[in-house]
Ligand binder design. Sequence first.
Ligand code: NAD
Length: 450
Amino acid sequence: MDISNLVSRQKKMFQESKTLTHTFRLHQLKKLQKIIERYEKDIFAALKKDLNKSEYESFATEIAYINAELADTIRNLAEWMKPQKVKTPFSHKGSKNYIYSDPYGVTLIIGPWNYPYQLIMAPLIGAIAAGNCAIIKPSEFTPTVSRLIATMIKETFDENYITVVEGDKEVSTELLAQPFDYIFFTGSVPVGKIVMEAASKHLTPVTLELGGKSPCIVDKDAKLDIAARRIAWGKYTNAGQTCIAPDYVYVHEDIKELFIEKLQHAIETLYGENALENKEYTKIVNANHFDRLTAYLQDGTIRIGGQVDKDKLTISPTVMDCLDWDTPVMQDEIFGPILPVFTFTNLKEVQAAVRKAPKPLALYYFSENSQNQEWIIKNITYGGGCINDTMMHFANPHLPFGGVGSSGIGGYHGKYSFDTFSHKKSVTKQTTSFDLSFRYPGSKMGLKIL
Ligand code: NAD
């Protein structure tokens, strides 16, 4: 495919101003809604094929979320598109002042493999709502989903407006060399840096949705049954291949053993006594990641799980005691169903440990003490998170989702997606009925009306 030609054609299409009206955008969002409805079974099947995702997981974490995001965007689009009137200072008397949301133009959306449908569709909804054209590059590691998205988009949109370019990092590199007007990237920290460097050549603005090690803290006054269930769900959904999964746990020393007991009970309730026998349990995406993860099993004492099946690429929900941060499992984002557990006696120890690592994408704190909850929120920097829960902040369209520091730049979801894909154009509409003298040289700041 001639990528440079494709980008030029999309630029031409954008410059025809067709994408600007509310009618056009709404129509495209509704077309997307229809094709999603029509292909729903295929989406489930593709997610099953590439990752062995169960229907429940595919629905809860990919399909339902996108359906809700689309419906919310369709409902609110007219309101979001309205120029926003702002206050007029005295110095601007007579004028009216507005913020217009202007589409950037031709956007590039690059996605990862772990939620290969949702993490392409969510930014696409924002790009369409804001009036942009888009080129989409899904991950090559989930080829069935990538193919399906390409088919759905081809059936729905003119390729000069929205299209999919499939392929691996070579294709991605070629795309990144083009003069896009906006780049929305979801993926790893190292590739995020490559994207930002490529974008800088054209001064293209970026959103980077990256990863990192997200801490989970369980204090001694936490309600342990519910904490264990919510942590097990957050960690082992998608076999831990979730950017906002709790990466590791700091549990108060006094309740560690009780917490591990409760965690075991929660794991068995969610996945059965032998998760590897559970046909609904998600697999690891490929053999490279499987090998990387199984090597971590030597980095601590296994307390729960630790079973692996190389043929099926599955690793059971695993919990291990981890004594120090120098082990390989604590060097990188785990991105798999292995949960190292550390203990603490004072929250300041946890703060110091978290601060030594790059700023996390998410943080979860379990405690009934509201002062401690506020202390954690205010004294540790992280992208976003929950008190007494895991991952749920992601799915609220009224909350911006994104990282900070090396876990990402920018945010999206709901109106924040619309804003992310819009340039905020400031406009002063001035009166010509009168003129104030004080801004002109020699007027000595008088307020004479000219
Ligand atoms: P990745 O960075 O390896 O790949 C992401 C995309 O970039 C893919 O489409 C891939 O083809 C492309 N790519 C890979 N290497 C490239 C290169 N050298 N140049 C240009 N493009 C390249 O990430 P992944 O393994 O697909 O996904 C896992 C990572 O994504 C984890 O770190 C996870 O935390 C992160 N993630 C973040 C979020 C979020 O919303 N913040 C969501 C999901 C995943």
